[in-house]
Design a protein around this ligand. Structure first.
Ligand SMILES: *Cc1c(COP(=O)(O)O)cnc(C)c1O
Length: 426
């Protein structure tokens, strides 16, 4: 019966059987993702029970948003899940970059220095920090920046980090996910070692982790291994696909209070900020986040195995450990990148009938093609793919609210490559 449905939805028997054959090797990995989700589900559930989440929490405030019981309880639920003293979870945080900017501006003062010990940070942070000159950057406020490259094999350059730490170093920014670079993503354990090393030299330095795309991929988070602050976006993993906006900053009371005075303003801090009706989606999304993340991980490993078998370079490989939900496939030709993205788009629940085209996106040095048929604009926990139109024509693929949907989208991408004559299965 399911074969008939696939046929009706445009997947040939040839593509389906190729995929099923490939998938036989993935059973154990799928099971591991389910185990992680099981543990994380209990972790979230336990935090919800401990904080007595009730119907009252789903209420809403307007105006100043004083005494928003739902907001205050949700922040405790996040803090208990991530094992931190405090947390901000707010619809006023516009996106991941904004959350990171709040955490940085809130905790840094003129004359301080930021250190990135893992090479270049995420693209959008370049303007926040002022690596690329930008209006209102930290650089304009007299905060300096230093970075230490990773070693050739992708490991931390401990010697270089030791040298870069100086009396002005106030905060270390560690990005867990590779983002859209080719460097490896880091496991929570690796991040823990790095923090331990840094704190061994400078116990007072703030260790902040950009946790975007990493939440619930492991059974521990960077806050379990010494991070003073972890930061992320609610239209990625922890929003579970239901949060319509938002970001979070979880960490020590000191770091969170500093962040709060920047999020709103000095004196008001975390006391204001109406929730305008989003509380229920924030709770429900966080509750679903562990299994949604597992669905995205299964989709990523499925895509990895499929394209690996077809001879395309993939990062990570289908057997490698995963530290985030992103999958990169090197397609090697512009037509292939376009076909891949058109396939993903055609498999979406929203806007499946439109064809994505490469366009000149602000801030990029080449055209970019993006496939996203999402319920929430730009939500990358939903099935999405994008790639810069330049060699080696990498596509970055992530998300999927359910595994059957992620799987279908990937089948569609392959079908499109086959139909357009770019891939031969036999
Ligand atoms: C997505 C992402 C960000 C920025 O998030 P936006 O919501 O796009 O602003 C920052 N860092 C990493 C590693 C990310 O993946």
């Amino acid at each position: 019966m399911v074969k008939k449905m696939y046929a009706e939805l445009g997947i040939s028997e040839e593509v389906l059987s190729f995929a099923e054959e490939t998938e036989k090797t993935l059973t154990e990995q799928y099971r591991n993702f389910d185990h992680t989700a099981e543990y994380n589900q209990l972790k979230v559930l336990s935090a919800m029970q401990k904080n007595k989440v009730s119907e009252e929490c789903f209420g809403s405030t307007t105006g100043y948003g004083y005494n928003d019981y739902g907001r205050e309880t949700l922040e405790k639920v996040y803090a208990d899940t991530f094992h931190t003293e405090a947390c901000l979870v707010r619809p006023q945080i516009a996106c991941g970059t904004h959350a990171l900017a709040i955490a940085l501006f809130g905790n840094l003062r003129p004359g301080d220095e930021i250190l990135s010990p893992v090479g270049k940070p995420y693209d959008t942070l370049e303007e926040v920090i002022g690596i690329r000159p930008s209006r209102g950057s930290l650089a304009e406020y007299g905060v300096t920046y230093r970075q230490v490259e990773l070693k050739k094999d992708g490991s931390f350059d401990y010697e270089g980090i030791k040298e870069a730490l100086n009396p002005r170093t106030k905060l270390v920014e560690i990005q867990r996910s590779r983002g859209y670079l080719t460097r490896p993503s880091f496991s929570v354990a690796q991040i823990g070692e790095l923090i331990k090393f840094i704190k061994g030299i400078r116990p007072d330095v703030i260790c902040m982790v950009d946790n975007c795309y990493g939440e619930f991929v492991d059974v521990i988070e960077p806050s379990d291994v010494g991070a003073d602050m972890i930061v992320g976006s609610l239209i990625k993993n922890p929003g579970g696909g239901l949060a319509p906006i938002g970001g979070y900053i979880a960490g020590t009371k000191e770091c969170i209070e500093n962040s709060a005075s920047r999020m709103t303003c000095p004196g008001l801090g975390s006391e204001v900020g109406a929730t305008l009706g989003v509380n229920r989606s924030f709770y429900q999304g966080f509750f679903l986040a562990p299994t949604v993340t597992a669905a995205a991980l299964k989709g990523a490993v499925f895509a990895s195995a499929l394209y690996e078998r077809l001879g395309f370079p993939v990062t990570p490989g289908s057997r490698e450990q995963r530290n985030d939900i992103i999958q990169a496939v090197t397609l090697g030709a512009p037509e292939k990148l376009i076909s891949f993205c058109k396939g993903i788009q055609a498999g979406a629940p929203v806007d499946s009938y439109v064809d994505p085209e490469p366009w000149d996106m602000p801030g990029y040095d080449s055209q970019v093609i993006m496939a996203a048929g999402a319920f929430i604009q730009g939500a990358s926990i939903e099935l999405s793919a994008d790639g810069p139109m330049k060699p080696p024509y990498n596509v970055y693929f992530q998300g999927g609210l359910t595994f059957p949907h992620a799987r279908y989208g990937i089948l569609k991408s392959l079908q499109r490559l086959v139909d357009d004559g770019h891939v031969k299965l036999s």
